[in-house]
Design a protein around this ligand. Structure first.
Ligand SMILES: NC(=O)c1ccc[n+]([C@@H]2O[C@H](COP(=O)([O-])OP(=O)(O)OC[C@H]3O[C@@H](n4cnc5c(N)ncnc54)[C@H](OP(=O)(O)O)[C@@H]3O)[C@@H](O)[C@H]2O)c1
Length: 299
């Protein structure tokens, strides 16, 4: 392992770098952390090339670029732009986790998979997953992780199906997965989706309840329901913060709560940052790597 000082350049397309991510990076062992805000995609290449040539290749592995923001596609494009800008043998590592979403999605899907396996003897393969909050960054990442594991994934639109159609097309083009866009705007559409779902991810905005008491009564096929929202009211009526495979009151489904997910999310992000610092080769992480790490942490 190189003894070069670990430096993290944190690139943020919006106004503020996340204080959560800064703290995580410092606690993982980065000694120098530099925030860059309002960064556009075309600025990634010159910033990366400015960084690589200042350190010999064995030092470069201790240089990291972290991509934040609120846009999953932009974060993935930034990682790609950074990798394309590298000039071997000069190197550095990259990690995208916009709004913490990649590690949150990884934690949620890994916990759901574990509950399915340990309590029901099932896997994600062929299981019907409905995602509420599918246009958000957590919803987007969890849809692709689940589809890559063989789940049949529905992206539920709560206002206009066009954006979930677009998300499905982008996911097909980039990851080769087939996601089904569905309209969930009317109570009848939503009731139908919930009645047919085997897994629900409640990944809508904080404080928004997407699964009510009445919805749960219709959820006759529901096996597991996960909720990332920690701000009252819960995203799923009756969900408890630390639930991890216990039965949700009012239906037969097993619940995975936001702080159980948050715990795995936190350890996953920390684990990947430490791995980046200690690696002997450059590392490049997105939600697929986060999922592998989350799975490893809880298995
Ligand atoms: N547990 C954890 O460790 C953890 C970590 C990070 C985030 N979170 C939580 O994860 C959730 C999603 O975060 P995010 O960053 O992905 O948020 P986001 O990008 O802002 O997405 C929010 C999603 O919620 C949808 N939505 C908003 N109002 C809705 C409503 N009334 N009914 C149904 N859907 C609605 C949005 O749809 P539109 O696009 O149509 O507005 C969008 O799809 C939040 O609750 C956040 O607090 C939890």
């Amino acid at each position: 392992m190189s003894d070069a000082r670990p430096i993290l350049h944190m690139l943020e397309p919006n106004k503020h770098v996340s204080p959560f991510d800064v703290n995580m990076a410092a606690d993982a062992g980065y000694k120098t952390i530099v925030p860059y805000t309002n960064v556009s995609l075309d600025e990634v290449r010159p910033l990366v090339q400015d960084a690589i040539f200042s350190r010999p290749p064995d030092y470069g592995v201790r240089t990291g670029f972290f991509f934040g923001g609120k846009d999953a596609i932009l974060a993935l494009d930034m990682i790609k732009a950074a990798q394309d800008a590298l000039v071997p043998p000069f190197q550095l590592s990259t990690f995208a986790d916009p709004a913490g979403s990649f590690t949150t999605a990884a934690g949620m899907v890994a916990l759901v998979e574990q509950v399915l396996k340990q309590k029901l003897g099932r896997s994600l393969k062929g299981t019907k997953v409905a995602i509420f909050g599918a246009t958000g960054v957590v919803g987007f990442a969890s849809s692709i992780i689940s589809a890559l594991e063989g789940a049949d994934v529905q992206l539920v639109a709560h206002r206009g199906v066009d954006r979930v159609i677009k998300a499905a097309a982008v996911s097909k083009e980039r990851f080769g997965v087939d996601l089904e866009p569905v309209a969930g705007e009317t109570p009848e559409q939503k009731a139908d989706i919930i009645a047919n779902a085997e897994i629900i991810y409640a990944a809508a905005a904080a404080g928004v309840q997407v699964v009510s008491k009445e919805d749960k009564e219709r959820a006759k096929k529901l096996l597991v329901v996960a909720d990332v929202n920690a701000v009252p009211p819960p995203g799923v009526e009756g969900m408890e913060l630390f639930m991890n495979g216990e039965q949700i009151p009012g239906c037969d489904a097993l619940g995975v709560g936001p702080l159980a997910i948050g715990d795995v999310k936190y350890k996953t992000q920390s684990g990947l940052l430490k791995q980046m610092i200690n690696a002997t080769e450059a590392q490049h992480y997105d939600f697929r790597d986060a999922f592998k790490t989350a799975r490893g942490l809880i298995s």
